[in-house]
Write a protein that binds this ligand. Structure first.
Ligand code: SF4
Ligand code: SF4
Length: 187
C-alpha cells in the first residue's frame, strides 16, 4: 500500500514537472514556463519581478505609442541628455529648458509644456543645431503647440495654469488672443 502511494506520489510529481524545451516559445529563446512561474511555485514574491517587468513594458509602451499616435515620433529619439540647454541666448524668446518641452511633447503633458514656455516658442530652429540626436525641435514644438491649443479650447487645461502663463508672459503673440478668449469664456 505504501509502495502504491509512493508510486502515485511520484507520478503526480512527474506530471507537475515541466519540460521547458517542450513548451511553446513566447519570446525568442524563452519557453512558456520560463516566462511565467510554474503554477505550484506561484507566490507574490516570486512573481514580483514579472509584475515589475509588465509595469516597465506598459510604461515604455505608453511613452512610445502616445507620441506615435500624436505624430510626434521624433520625441522618442530624445534621450534627455540636455545638450540643447546650450542654446541659451540663441533662443530669441529666452526658453531655457528645451528638453523639458520635448519630454512634455512625448507624453502630451500640456501643463509642463506651457509652464516651460512652449507657447511662446517662435519655432526659429536655433535650438535644433544643439541637439545631438538631430531632432527637428522647431517642428516638434510647433506640433505640440497645435495639440496644446486644441486641448485648451476643449477645456482640458486647468484655468489656473493659463492664468499663470498669461501673467508670466509664457504665451506668445500667436496664441495670446485665443488663450484670452478661452479664459474670458470660463469666467
Ligand atoms: S525653436 Fe523655440 S525653443 Fe528653440 S530656439 Fe527657437 S524659439 Fe527657442
Ligand atoms: S539635445 Fe536633443 S536628445 Fe538631448 S535632450 Fe535635447 S532634444 Fe533631447
Amino acid at each position: 500500500m505504501a509502495d502504491q502511494d509512493k508510486d502515485q506520489k511520484d507520478k503526480t510529481e512527474k506530471k507537475r514537472q515541466r519540460d521547458d524545451s517542450a513548451q511553446p516559445v513566447v519570446l525568442p529563446g524563452i519557453h512558456r514556463y520560463q516566462f511565467f512561474s510554474n503554477l505550484k511555485d506561484r507566490a507574490l514574491t516570486k512573481n514580483l519581478n514579472r509584475l515589475m517587468m509588465f509595469g516597465i513594458i506598459t510604461t515604455l509602451g505608453v511613452d512610445i505609442i502616445k507620441p506615435l499616435f500624436r505624430g510626434l515620433t521624433q520625441t522618442i529619439y530624445c534621450y534627455e541628455c540636455r545638450a540643447c540647454y546650450a542654446t541659451q541666448d540663441n533662443c530669441p524668446v529666452g526658453i531655457p529648458f528645451q528638453a523639458e518641452l520635448v519630454v512634455a511633447s512625448r507624453v502630451s503633458d500640456y501643463r509642463r509644456f506651457i509652464n516651460n514656455g512652449g507657447l511662446k516658442c517662435v519655432r526659429c530652429g536655433n535650438c535644433t543645431s544643439f541637439c545631438v540626436q538631430y531632432i527637428e525641435l522647431q517642428e516638434v514644438f510647433g506640433q505640440m503647440q497645435t495639440i496644446t491649443m486644441d486641448a485648451i479650447r476643449k477645456g482640458k487645461v486647468p484655468k489656473g495654469v493659463l492664468v499663470r502663463a498669461m501673467e508670466e508672459g509664457l504665451v506668445g503673440r500667436d496664441f495670446i488672443a485665443d488663450v484670452a478668449d478661452v479664459l474670458g469664456k470660463r469666467t
